[in-house]
Design a protein around this ligand. Structure first.
Ligand SMILES: Nc1ncnc2c1ncn2[C@@H]1O[C@H](COP(=O)(O)OP(=O)(O)OP(=O)(O)O)[C@@H](O)[C@H]1O
Ligand SMILES: [Mg+2]
Length: 365
């Protein structure tokens, strides 16, 4: 309450200080002009006319009272106009000060209405944007911690339960049990590695120094698919690469990781018939890379959600195909944060095309 009063008091202080300064300036200017006018008029009357002394006194008294009244009126109305203009200017500053105080206390103020496009309007807009980003980041961080705790709990509880059973002699260990425990621990390691990667692109994304170099898109896509050659052969899946002979200037590591995650999904969730196609093309001002293939159904309302951290479609929450749910979130992070690009999915008859695009201006070789 006290701080609120102080804040208001300080702002009123600023308004009154500015108005007081203005009154002093107007008074000084008007007084100086009045003295000059008064003296000039009296001298002129004395030198140029034959008016007697009583006429001169009457003239100078009348002139003086006019000058005093006119000066006082100018000072009064001038200050009144100045005060109301200043009040308007100070009002948004006052609101900004109140909102920053709220922010300082750990809360998020509601957005401040922006009524002008001048410097204060821009400052207010920037402040609103800053508050929005801070709020969003905190929400993401909290969600991430909750999701992580939730995801880590299940495999850890499983491992813990089995180890307790083994320790107490309630169950006896065999190859199948050890393999299942090993699988759970591998899943945990995978999750930690993915989280580390996500964090690296997320936090380091903006400050990272990239190792950009001229890269042939065709070679990059070939290299990526090569990593999955064994798996593709094993599952008897055909693939093709369709790309122009383009060379881009890019941080290869990030793009490679994004393509790998998409190809991995295309193989992991492969369902039906048909080949997996990798496309690399330049459309207008963007480079578009897309991975297309037949896959498990993805309901329309889940198409945005699968790019969120830890989100998996229920059907893929089984041992055979279930991943951690971070692969697409990593793609989104790499492409969005690092390359200022976009990611998306198009789907028809369960043939899914996962794509990402990067503005060409960052990739001119
Ligand atoms: N090509 C695809 N076909 C069908 N469904 C897919 C495809 N790619 C992703 N999905 C769905 O989107 C979900 C999220 O994918 P994402 O790659 O983010 O996580 P994940 O594959 O489950 O785990 P990981 O972190 O190991 O990649 C998957 O669980 C799956 O349900
Ligand atoms: Mg995946």
């Amino acid at each position: 309450m006290l701080s609120k009063w102080n804040l208001a008091n300080n702002n009123i202080g600023l308004l009154w200080r500015m108005t007081g300064l203005n009154i002093i300036l107007i008074t000084l200017l008007i007084s100086m002009s009045s003295i000059v006018i008064y003296n000039t008029a009296c001298t002129l009357l004395e030198e140029m006319t034959n008016a007697d002394e009583s006429m001169q006194v009457l003239f100078s008294d009348t002139l003086l009272s006019y000058l005093i009244w006119i000066s006082l009126s100018i000072i009064f109305f001038g200050s009144l106009i100045y005060f109301s203009i200043m009040k308007k200017i100070v009002k948004p500053i006052k609101r900004l000060a109140r909102s920053t105080k709220v922010l300082q206390n750990g809360d998020y103020p509601s957005p401040i209405e922006v009524n002008s496009q001048d410097e204060i309007g821009v400052l207010t807009q920037n402040f609103n944007q800053l508050t929005y980003i801070l709020k969003k980041n905190e929400h993401t961080r909290n969600k991430m911690i909750t999701d992580m705790a939730h995801e880590l709990r299940t495999p850890l509880s499983n491992i813990n339960g089995y180890l307790e059973g083994l320790k107490n002699g309630i169950i006896s260990g065999d190859a199948a049990l050890y393999e299942s425990l090993h699988k759970e621990s591998e899943r945990l390691i995978l999750m930690i590695n993915q989280l580390y990667e996500l964090n690296e692109w997320n936090i380091g994304g903006k400050s990272k120094t990239y190792e950009k170099k001229c890269t042939r898109v065709e070679k990059l896509l070939h290299d990526c698919i090569q990593l999955f050659k064994l798996e593709l052969d094993k599952k008897n899946i055909d693939f093709e690469i369709l790309t122009e002979q383009s060379i881009i200037f890019i941080d290869e590591k990030g793009i490679r990781q994004a393509v790998i995650n998409l190809v991995q999904n295309a193989i992991q969730y492969y369902q039906g018939e048909g080949k997996i196609t990798l496309r690399g093309e330049i459309v207008e001002n963007e480079i578009i890379i897309a991975v297309t293939g037949p896959g498990q159904p993805i309901p329309i309302d889940k198409r945005d959600l699968i790019f969120e951290r830890f989100y998996r479609i229920d059907g893929s929450r089984n041992d055979k195909t279930g991943g951690v749910g971070l692969g697409l979130a990593i793609v989104k992070e790499i492409i969005g944060t690092t390359f200022n690009g976009n990611v998306g999915i198009e789907s028809e008859n369960n043939i899914h095309t996962f794509w990402f695009s990067i503005p060409r201006k960052y990739t001119e070789c």
